[in-house]
Design a protein around this ligand. Structure first.
Ligand SMILES: [Zn+2]
Ligand SMILES: [Zn+2]
Length: 137
């Protein structure tokens, strides 16, 4: 698929859309890492602001989620009663609340696990955490 360098907007052919977050990939046009802060959306090539987390044109998420779906789910399943999955995804305040309430007496953690399974759980910046196979960045 064609993606765009976030620095210069140059089109690049990549097999996997999530490679846009691979720091080892370099743009052949400008020589910068593809993970550089962006002036352009990698998916549609429209201009973005460097601080944007989501493209206002096509809705692509421009930053990588704080963690992987697999680790988030495992932490919620085994250690969710003290908020481990929330600390992992940088929800520090609600992580602390879960720690103090034993995961909302288990109920809150079960809701989180369901949301993680559905791909509906987000990190502290609002970036969805989804399994790799269905990751729509
Ligand atoms: Zn470039
Ligand atoms: Zn876009």
């Amino acid at each position: 698929m064609i993606i765009h360098c976030r620095n210069c907007g140059h089109p690049i052919n990549l097999n996997n859309e999530s490679d846009i977050f691979n720091p080892n990939l370099i743009c052949p046009n400008c020589g910068k890492s593809l993970t550089s802060d962006g002036n352009y959306c990698y998916r549609c090539g429209k201009p973005t602001f460097p601080e944007d987390t989501q493209c206002i044109n096509c809705g692509a998420y421009l930053v990588k989620p704080a963690g992987t779906w697999e680790v988030t789910l495992a932490l919620a399943f085994f250690f969710g009663w003290f908020g481990a999955h929330r600390f992992y995804t940088r929800h520090y305040l609600t992580g602390l609340l879960q720690f103090l309430t034993l995961g909302g007496l288990g109920i809150w953690v079960i809701i989180d696990i369901i949301r993680i399974l559905l791909g509906d759980f987000k990190d502290s910046k609002g970036i969805p955490i989804k399994p790799h196979s269905i990751q729509k960045l």
